[in-house]
Design a protein around this ligand. Structure first.
Ligand code: GLC
Length: 427
C-alpha cells in the first residue's frame, strides 16, 4: 500500500510495536542539570570523574519496577544508554575501568535491566555514544568540554583517533555479544568534524550486521546515502509534517522525545509535557507511519521520579483501551483524509480504521469519501455502536453536502477518556 523502503534489519516487529522507552542514565544523573553538563560547564574529565564517579550509588535501582512501568504504559521495547557522551559505561566492559562496577554501585547495570525487560516481553535496544569526553585518545574539537582550552593543540598531540576508534569498535562488539539478541542499536552521533571516515562507519556497520543480523540500526553514522548504512531515520524532539521520506521514498522512522527537554534526569526543568500532549504525540506519530521512543532519565538513586511515573501511568490508562489503534497501525491510505480535528490510523491486517477525535464535535462527524466504505462503527473505549448514515439529511437540507460522505451520530457527551477513538470496520 505504502511502499516503505525495505530495510536490512528486521523492522517488521518494529513498525508493528510503534512505542518504546528510551532510558538515559549515567553519572549526569547526579548533577541533575542536563546530560551535557560536562560540555556546558567545560569540566575536564578528571574533575568530572572526581566529583561524580566515586558518588554514583543507585541503591534503589530496581529494573523490574522500570520494566513494569514501561510495559504498563504500553511500551514494547526499550533502548538504554550503555555509554553517553560523558564516557561512563553501565556494563562490565573489559576496555575501561570507567564503569558502574568501579563506583559504589559495584555492579553491572545492563544485564539485570535486559533480563527484567525481557521478562516483561519487551525487546532490547542499546544507545551507544560515538562521542566520548572521557577517553584520553578522543581528539578535542568543537563538541568537547575542553574546546576552549588554551593548550588544545598541544593536548591533541597525544590524542590518537585510531586508538579511540579501536576502543569504540571494541565496545560495540562487546555490547552486541554479551547480552544475547539485541533488537535495536542507536549510535549517536556524527557532526562536521567526526563522521564516516573518523568512525570508519562502513566497517562498523559490517561488524554490527554480522554480529546481530536482525538488528534495527539508526542513522547517525554519517551513512545516509549508503545502502544498508541505516534502517531508521531519527527525527529528534521534532514532529515530521506528513511522514519521512528519503529521495522520494517513504522510510521507516522513529522520533525520540523527552518529557521535559533534557534526556538525563533534570531536577529543575519545569517544561514537562502533559499526559494529554504525550498521547496526542503518539497518535500523531502513528498517523504518519512512525514510531515514538519516549525518554525517562532515572535519578542517581536509581528510580523513575514521580513526574515520569505519573505520565507513564496516564499513557497506560489510555493505551489499555486504545492500543488497538496504535499497534499494527500506520497511516491511512492516501484516498482517506482525516476530518477536522481528527487523526487517522489504519490497521491493514484487520482492515480497520481509527478516527482519533482531538476536539469533540457536536453530534455529527462527517467523513468525506467514507460513505460506501464502512460496514460498522463503534467507540473503541467501550465498544458501543455509533449509528451512521450516508444520506446526511441535515447537510443536504442546508446545502453543504460533501462527497460520498459518511455521517457518524456521536453522543453529545464526550467519552471520558484522554482522546476518544472511533473504530471503523472497513469494507
Ligand atoms: C543527541 C544528544 C543527546 C541525546 C540524543 C537522543 O544528539 O546529544 O544528549 O542522547 O541525541 O537522540
Amino acid at each position: 500500500m505504502h511502499d516503505v523502503k525495505p530495510t536490512v534489519g528486521d523492522t517488521s516487529w518494529f513498525t508493528h510495536d510503534r512505542f518504546g522507552l528510551f532510558i538515559h542514565w549515567g553519572l549526569y544523573a547526579l548533577p541533575a542539570r542536563h546530560e551535557w553538563v560536562q560540555f556546558h560547564e567545560r569540566t575536564p574529565a578528571e574533575e568530572y570523574e572526581a566529583r561524580y564517579f566515586g558518588r554514583f550509588d543507585p541503591d534503589l535501582y530496581d529494573p523490574d519496577m522500570w520494566a513494569r512501568a514501561a510495559a504498563a504504559a504500553g511500551m514494547k521495547y526499550f533502548v538504554v544508554t550503555t555509554k553517553h557522551h560523558e564516557g561512563f559505561c553501565l556494563w562490565d566492559t573489559k576496555l575501561t575501568g570507567y564503569t558502574a562496577l568501579n563506583t559504589p554501585c559495584g555492579r553491572d547495570l545492563i544485564s539485570p535491566m535486559v533480563e527484567s525487560f525481557r521478562n516483561h516481553h519487551m525487546r532490547v535496544g542499546f544507545y551507544h555514544s560515538l562521542i566520548d569526553w572521557h577517553h584520553p585518545s578522543y581528539p578535542i574539537q568543537s563538541i568537547h568540554p575542553l574546546r576552549d582550552h588554551p593548550d588544545r593543540e598541544t593536548l591533541n598531540e597525544s590524542r590518537d583517533l585510531s586508538t579511540y576508534r579501536d576502543y569504540l569498535h571494541g565496545q560495540v562488539r562487546e555490547i552486541l555479544t554479551k547480552f544475547g539478541r539485541v533488537d535495536v542499536l542507536f549510535l549517536d552521533f556524527s557532526y562536521a568534524e567526526k563522521g564516516r571516515n573518523q568512525w570508519e562507519s562502513e566497517r562498523l556497520v559490517q561488524m554490527i550486521r554480522s554480529l546481530q543480523p536482525g538488528i534495527v540500526l539508526n542513522d547517525r553514522l554519517d551513512l545516509n546515502d549508503v545502502d544498508g548504512g541505516w534502517d531508521t531515520r531519527t527525527p529528534e524532539q521534532f514532529m515530521p509534517r506528513r511522514w519521512v521520506e528519503v529521495n522520494g521514498q517513504k522510510v521507516v522512522w522513529e522520533t525520540c522525545q523527552t518529557f521535559s527537554g533534557s534526556w538525563g534526569y533534570h531536577r529543575e526543568e519545569s517544561t514537562w509535557k502533559s499526559v494529554d500532549q504525550l498521547i496526542r504525540m503518539l497518535i500523531e506519530v502513528v498517523s504518519k507511519g512512525g514510531n515514538l521512543l519516549l525518554n525517562v532519565g532515572p535519578t542517581g538513586r536509581g528510580e523513575f521520579d514521580e513526574r515520569a511515573l505519573s505520565r507513564l501511568q496516564g499513557i497506560g490508562e489510555w493505551m489499555r483501551r486504545h492500543g488497538r489503534s496504535i499497534y499494527g497501525c500506520t497511516q491511512a491510505p492516501d484516498e482517506f483524509a482525516a476530518p477536522q480535528d481528527c487523526r487517522l490510523t489504519y490497521n491493514p491486517k484487520t482492515n480497520r480504521m481509527y478516527v482519533h477525535v482531538f476536539a469533540w464535535p457536536f453530534r455529527h462527524l462527517h467523513l468525506d469519501g467514507f460513505g460506501d466504505r464502512v460496514a460498522y462503527a463503534q467507540l473503541l473505549n467501550d465498544a458501543s455502536e455509533i449509528p451512521m448514515s450516508t444520506s446526511a439529511p441535515h447537510e443536504s437540507e442546508y446545502g453543504a453536502a460533501g462527497q460520498n460522505t459518511l455521517t457518524l451520530d456521536l453522543p453529545v457527551v464526550r467519552p471520558n477518556v484522554t482522546v476518544p477513538v472511533i473504530e471503523l470496520f472497513m469494507r
